[in-house]
Structures are given as structure tokens and as C-alpha cells.
Design a protein around this ligand. Structure first.
Ligand code: MTE
Length: 329
């Protein structure tokens, strides 16, 4: 998705994540104190199994809430991507425009953290993240995730259906969209890349935001969500390209105007508001017909709406011709 520099995903995967990098990651983990005890106990020669390393932030006061009950209505239909892959191959441009940002993202200060609900709401409110998370009915769901760059993963997210958050925010009937915003802190290196339209913004229609599938993530793999995956609060819309799944949220604004997302603002000819997955609509610069599974590198055919059409297709049967032309970008 890099517009001005070479695109990381165009590197062959062997170049992007050679084995030596995995080994270095483990050394880094040990140095950072994350998973260090596991390494010490496991001995130098035994390979560390992915699920043994806990990437969850050490400073997360909600850790006692996990694991949360699994909602078996949402199974991924594919083998799970390892925790290690999901937590060490990331897009989080606030920490750099490449995939290995997980180390840098540890600098993200996730407490104190507040979330604001404003715009067309009964009453504007700013709530402490721990109060908010503890007020929500947490569950675990396994979802497939399809990045616009044509890589994919399948992971167990913890969190809650976004409809509960909307009830909490109490929007007015005139609200047609919800605009979401990521933190902006000049300490994070990405903000020095001034050509990006910070802060990262995304939006959904109210109907999409209230869809059963739309999930607000607070955890991953039975632990609080790692910083690199969008701690402490992140959106997941599994039928849309991954750039819609905005991380580290601080603001939800209810509005009657369609929000312009970060990538749409940067390059509207390539990234739009809807961003629904469709194998038959190529990105202007690459095909979307197949996807590469993180971990195994297996190439599998991409599915319309990432296979979630039964939940979401009805929302797109009655859109304007102008929107219809942009439903899949
Ligand atoms: N949210 C913010 N704030 N910044 C980002 O750069 N990248 C998006 C999305 N959310 C991004 C973001 C993209 S392009 C993808 S594919 C997913 O996060 C990646 O999520 P993951 O790193 O947890 O796999």
C-alpha cells in the first residue's frame, strides 16, 4: 500500500521473512523480556512453539479477562495462523511502512487511554478504556483476514460485536456513518512521514457497523491484543480488505457525511470507502484472484466478501451506480 516507496509485499516471502529473521525475533523477544522466561526454560536447542510466546502487552490491566468464551458460530474454516506470524508480520504505518514493526510498536503507551464518542450522539462522552472493555460482553471469534496486498491469516480475536459499542455511544437517528480514528502521537516514527494524511481514519455505514460480523477487538489468541495488532481497541471487518480494520482507536464520530479513509485520502484511484473483497476485481496494480496464507505461503483462491457473503451481501444490493462501481476497491 506504500505509494511513494517500494512495496514490501512485492518482495518474495523468502526475502521478507527468512528463517534467520525468526531467530532474531526470538533473540529480540528475549532481550525485550517478552517471552524471555519461556526461552530460558526451554533450552537453546528446542524450537519455541508459537503459542508459547505471549506477545500481549505487559502493561495491560485487562489481562485477567482472558481467555474469553469462544463463539462457535464463527469458525475460520482454515487452519489457524500461528500467534507468532500474526504478531510479527503486521501493517501499522504509525510504526513504519514495512512488515517488521512489532518491535517499534512496543513503545505505544496503552495506558492511560480514553475513547471519545462524539458527533451525532445523544451526549458526547469520553470513557476510560478499562471501564469500556469491562462493560462489554467479551467473546472469542475466529475470522479470516484478507489484506488488500493479497496475504491472509486466520486468527482467534477476542472482543465484542460493534453493535454493543453503538448502543453504548447512543447515536442520533440522523447518523448515517461512523468515522473512526487512531491515536496520533509524534513519538511514533511513522508520523514523521509527513506525506501520509495522519491520523489513520476509517469509516463504515451505520448498517455495516451494526452488522453481526463487525467486531471490536480487545484480544488475540486468548490474551490482550498485542500493540502491533492494534492495542488496546481495534476494528475487524472480515469481509473487507484489511485496511478497513483500523487499529488503536481513540475516537468514534457519528456523522451524516461519508468519512474519507486514510488510504482513500492518499490514493482514491486505488483505495475506496467500501473495500469489499472480490477476487474478480483486481487492484489497479495487482490481481486479487488468489491470496497467500501467512505461515505456509500456500496460495488459495480468494472468495467474494472473503467468504462472508451470507452475512453481508444484502447490504450492497441497493447502492447507487456510482457506489456500485467502487464496491470492491
Ligand atoms: N490501522 C492503523 N492505525 N494503521 C495501519 O497502518 N493497517 C491496516 C489495518 N489497520 C493499519 C491499520 C492494514 S493495511 C491491515 S492489512 C491490517 O491493519 C493489518 O492488521 P495486522 O497487522 O493485525 O495483521
Amino acid at each position: 500500500m506504500l505509494i511513494k516507496r517500494r512495496r514490501g509485499w512485492e518482495l518474495p516471502e523468502a526475502a521478507a521473512t527468512p528463517e534467520s529473521v525468526y531467530l532474531n525475533r526470538r533473540q529480540l523477544l528475549a532481550a525485550a523480556g517478552i517471552g524471555g522466561a519461556v526461552l530460558a526454560a526451554s533450552g537453546a536447542t528446542r524450537p519455541v512453539l508459537a503459542q508459547e510466546v505471549n506477545y500481549a502487552p505487559e502493561d495491560d490491566p485487562t489481562a485477567d479477562l482472558y481467555p474469553v468464551p469462544r463463539n462457535t458460530a464463527f469458525e475460520g474454516g482454515r487452519p489457524l495462523t500461528s500467534y507468532e506470524e500474526a504478531a510479527t508480520y503486521n501493517n501499522f504505518y504509525e510504526y513504519g511502512s514495512h512488515k517488521q514493526i512489532w518491535g517499534a510498536a512496543q513503545d505505544l503507551q496503552i495506558r492511560p487511554w480514553t475513547v471519545t464518542f462524539d458527533g451525532l450522539v445523544e451526549e458526547e462522552q469520553t470513557v476510560d478504556i478499562d471501564t469500556l472493555i469491562r462493560a462489554m460482553p467479551l467473546e472469542e471469534r475466529v475470522y479470516r483476514h484478507r489484506c488488500v496486498e493479497a496475504w491472509a491469516m486466520t486468527v482467534p480475536w477476542s472482543g465484542f460485536q460493534m453493535s454493543h459499542l453503538i448502543d453504548y455511544a447512543r447515536p442520533l437517528s440522523g447518523a448515517r456513518y461512523v468515522r473512526m480514528e487512531t491515536f496520533q502521537d509524534d513519538e511514533a516514527p511513522g508520523f514523521r512521514q509527513f506525506w501520509y494524511p495522519w491520523p489513520y481514519v476509517e469509516g463504515l455505514t451505520m448498517e455495516e457497523a451494526n452488522n453481526e460480523l463487525t467486531f471490536i477487538v480487545t484480544g488475540l489468541y486468548g490474551h490482550p491484543v498485542p500493540k502491533q495488532n492494534g492495542a488496546p481497541l481495534r476494528l475487524v471487518t472480515p469481509w473487507k480488505y484489511g485496511f478497513k480494520s483500523i487499529k488503536s482507536l481513540v475516537r468514534f464520530t457519528f456523522t451524516d457525511e461519508r468519512p474519507i479513509g486514510f488510504w482513500e485520502e492518499l490514493q482514491a484511484s486505488e483505495y475506496g470507502f467500501w473495500a469489499n473483497v472480490n477476487p474478480e476485481v483486481p487492484h489497479p496494480r495487482w490481481s486479487q484472484a488468489y491470496e497467500r496464507l501467512l505461515g505456509t505461503d500456500e496460495r488459495v483462491p480468494t472468495q467474494l466478501y472473503n467468504g462472508y457473503g451470507d452475512y453481508v451481501a444484502h447490504m450492497y444490493t441497493d447502492v447507487s451506480p456510482a457506489d456500485e462501481a467502487r464496491l470492491f476497491m
